[in-house]
Design a protein around this ligand. Structure first.
Ligand SMILES: Cc1cc2nc3c(=O)[nH]c(=O)nc-3n(C[C@H](O)[C@H](O)[C@H](O)COP(=O)(O)OP(=O)(O)OC[C@H]3O[C@@H](n4cnc5c(N)ncnc54)[C@H](O)[C@@H]3O)c2cc1C
Length: 524
């Protein structure tokens, strides 16, 4: 048995960021990870062939690069080997009519591409980009602050002072709008609308879901203004740097150490019991980077002592699942719509707002979508070090899928467990890519397919393959993430905290939940 000041359940990047900050404040920290490899959804592994490094989950590290944690600890992270690969050609969409549109960090390039669809939209884009710094100040402040009355009042006061009542209401309206509402009132080209709307599908914001507009808005404006960032050699560069910070500050990270129970005495968390039977004590905090259902369902066998909290954790809603297909390639895809697409980090295949709405609805109804949204990541177009010379990896994210298959919208695949269905569904996905990039199959040297259930097997936080660990719809975001009264990483059990994607401010690689909690516990 060891005694720590703080014990972390799981080594996701939020927990590691929190542990790093506390360890640097002098706390004795212990991180216990069930898997053989730390990083949770942020890992880079040779899934296909030797020398081909695939990002298991997150590939885009822009949130980490722009995070408050990175701002404070840029030097320490760099000293631990953190290296980014900057992206100029960020994201694009290829369309069935053979056209394409993409956003690069060069405004003239993007505007010229938009003008080919609509001169009015090109002018709108320039206006939005010019207004972005003033708008971003408020949105980033909101997303980067705790959900406390004080922080919210400060954000609202600053917004009102800078933008007045009408301007503040405009920002509020954007936060409440659906992607479709914002895109249809802002752009006239269906191609531009569809390209931007796909960012909502990275979360669970299909075009008609209220509260989703801000994601296409922020991603497109941020990519235009700052570009995108990948990890040099793999997204796990942030994990290696974070773990280096933890251990060099005296913290301990243990892998293959599943936490079976969080021990509680007199309403206070006192430590953990591992599946191996080992126990460890924590004198100041136990920080669980787990999905809410696992917290009260498994780790607290007697519940939290607050029935309302326990019910809220059990009813926490997950978003539809994701399938990941990793390919080792002889060469990048030959995109029919244009060779320029080969240089983009992401090529989205999501033809229209209606197609995206349909896909979401199909997944919610338990159906395999006939035409899933595909996010085709081309990391080696930006960072060739991830594959042997001249070769490539492809990162294909299939959105959105049911965890349990009740039927097939195309009427071709009989409902069954994902273990039986994943290869035949992966064929549907590759068939779709072939229509946009003929000849892709001939370039495949190796492949690895992860169904939604495989994702959960790798990381139990990805419940049913939910890559964002919980729906981000308005009723489960902001003050309600993960539940009302618990948006401050608190629980009814003293000294027990929840961190990670299920907590405010949600999913992504921004380490915001872990870092805000760390500052709350250990000071700035
Ligand atoms: C396929 C996919 C693609 C994504 N793409 C992007 C992207 O490009 N950009 C982006 O910003 N975000 C992306 N995301 C989202 C982002 O990666 C996640 O939101 C984020 O990494 C979650 O971090 P976390 O700190 O919540 O912990 P997680 O990464 O979920 O890690 C939790 C860890 O806790 C461990 N654990 C759980 N229970 C226990 C237990 N009882 N005992 C011990 N250990 C336990 C797990 O094994 C895991 O290692 C993607 C996610 C996925 C899955």
């Amino acid at each position: 048995m060891s005694e720590f000041d703080a014990i972390f359940v799981g080594a996701g990047h939020n927990s590691l960021a929190c542990a790093a900050h506390l360890a640097l404040q002098g706390w004795k920290t212990g991180v216990f990870e069930r898997g053989a490899i730390i990083g949770g959804a942020v890992q880079t592994r040779e899934f296909t062939l030797p020398g081909f490094r695939h990002d298991f989950g997150a590939m885009n590290l822009s949130l980490f690069a722009g995070s408050a944690f990175h701002r404070k600890y840029a030097n320490e992270l760099k000293a631990q080997g953190l290296e980014f690969a900057p992206v100029a050609d960020c994201f694009a969409s290829a369309f069935p009519d053979g056209r394409w549109f993409g956003v690069s960090n060069d405004l003239e390039k993007t505007a010229a591409r938009i003008a080919a669809f609509s001169a009015a939209d090109a002018a709108t884009w320039r206006r939005l980009v010019a207004a972005f710094p003033a708008e971003a100040e408020h949105l980033f402040r909101l997303l980067g602050s705790p959900m406390s009355a004080r922080a919210l009042a400060g954000t609202a006061w600053n917004l009102w002072r800078k933008k007045g009542i009408a301007g503040s209401l405009d920002t509020g309206r954007l936060l409440l709008s659906s992607p479709r509402a914002w895109l249809e009132e802002t752009f006239e080209s269906p191609h531009i609308r569809a390209t931007l709307a796909t960012w909502g599908m990275h979360l669970d914001f299909a075009p008609d879901i209220a509260g989703g507009a801000v994601f296409p808005y922020l991603e497109s404006m941020a990519n235009q203004s700052f570009g995108m960032v990948l990890g040099k050699g793999g997204a796990d560069t942030i994990i290696r740097a974070l773990s280096g910070m933890v251990t060099s500050a005296g913290g301990k990270i243990v892998t293959g150490a599943e936490v079976a129970e969080i021990t509680v005495s007199a309403g206070r968390a006192t430590g953990v019991r591992l599946a191996s039977g080992e126990s460890h004590t924590a004198t100041r905090a136990v920080i669980a980077g787990v999905a809410p259902k696992a917290l009260t369902g498994r780790l607290l066998p007697n519940g939290s002592g607050d029935a309302g909290f326990d019910t809220a954790m059990q009813k926490f809603r997950h978003a539809p699942g994701t399938m990941m297909i990793h390919l080792a390639l002889d060469d990048l895809p030959d995109w029919r719509a244009g060779a320029e697409l080969r240089q983009f980090a992401y090529v989205h295949l999501s033809p229209s707002l209606d197609a995206m709405s349909r896909t979401y609805q199909q997944a919610m109804a338990g159906m395999l979508p006939d035409e899933p949204v595909l996010v085709v990541g081309q990391p080696t177009a930006i960072d060739p070090s991830r594959a042997p010379q001249g070769k490539h990896v492809l990162w294909v994210q299939v959105r959105m899928l049911p965890a349990e298959i009740l039927g097939d919208a195309a009427g071709k695949i009989a409902p069954d467990h994902w273990d039986k269905v994943k290869e035949v569904y992966a064929k549907r996905v590759l068939d779709i890519i072939e229509t946009y990039a003929p000849g892709l199959r001939n370039k495949i040297l190796g492949r690895a397919v992860f169904s939604p259930i495989d994702l959960e097997r790798e990381n139990p936080n990805l419940v049913g393959g939910d890559q964002v660990c919980g729906s981000h719809h308005l009723a489960q975001n902001f003050l309600f993430r993960p539940a009302r009264n618990y948006a401050g990483w608190n629980t009814p059990v003293a000294h027990l905290h929840l961190t990670g994607a299920a907590t405010w401010p949600g999913a992504g690689t921004g380490a915001a939940s872990g870092f805000m909690l760390a500052q709350q516990l250990g000071g700035r």
